[in-house]
Design a protein around this ligand. Structure first.
Ligand SMILES: Nc1ncnc2c1ncn2[C@@H]1O[C@H](COP(=O)(O)OP(=O)(O)OP(=O)(O)O)[C@@H](O)[C@H]1O
Ligand SMILES: [Mg+2]
Length: 182
């Protein structure tokens, strides 16, 4: 069984904070290539989470989902980041033509590490590698007295054992701030 964690994200800023925490954990862990699947329905916050990771990697510009181009590359100071959105992909085979394999190559010695973030990986079929971890975002209604607000929960499943220690440290830090799911 893979390790899984659940975190409450009451608002957009919590999603960005999770992105920052993930970015820092990945940097500390030092793995040259990290592949992350972002799951969840339309509008659940996958791009927001990507923005949190990008901002923490030093990117200050606009982040939009690369729905039509399928991938947006970011060459940043500490890493290269490839943000995929496969929502409009017709057939998984199209990924072969766009040279998808190149993105999942381990960076050579001396090259910057890279992160591949994939929205809608379900559309990619067998052309995608196994991810290091997956984040699934879901709706969650929060009740505060008589006020209701709609937030999200994030369920994180860690598939790569190398990241388990870092992820569990990240979750305990976030839990201390009181944001793990009940
Ligand atoms: N934790 C949260 N609570 C409430 N709203 C949130 C939260 N995180 C993000 N949002 C909001 O959800 C909306 C949709 O976010 P986003 O575009 O990131 O979704 P998405 O999953 O990438 O959608 P798509 O599948 O269409 O690409 C944005 O308005 C964003 O501010
Ligand atoms: Mg998106």
């Amino acid at each position: 069984m893979n390790q899984t964690y659940c975190i409450e994200l009451p608002g957009e800023s919590a999603t960005l904070t999770l992105g920052k925490a993930l970015s820092e954990m990945i940097e500390k862990q030092g793995k040259p290539l990290v592949v992350i699947f972002l799951l969840g329905d339309l509008g659940m916050g996958k791009t927001t989470l990507s923005r949190g990771i990008l901002n923490a990697s030093g990117y200050r510009g606009n982040v939009k989902s690369p729905t039509y181009t399928l991938v947006e590359p970011y060459e940043l100071e500490k890493r290269n980041l490839f943000h995929f959105d496969l929502y409009r992909l017709g057939e998984p085979e199209e990924l072969e033509f766009m040279g998808i394999r190149d993105y999942f190559e381990q960076p050579a010695m001396g090259e910057k590490p890279s992160i591949c973030l994939l929205e809608w990986p379900e559309k990619g079929g067998d052309y995608l590698p196994d991810p290091d971890f997956m984040v699934e975002l879901k709706l969650k209604t929060n009740t505060n007295g008589s006020q209701n607000s709609i937030g999200r929960t994030a369920e994180i499943e860690v598939l790569n054992k190398e990241l388990e220690t870092g992820m569990s440290a990240l979750i305990s830090r976030l839990t201390q701030k009181g944001i793990t799911c009940k």
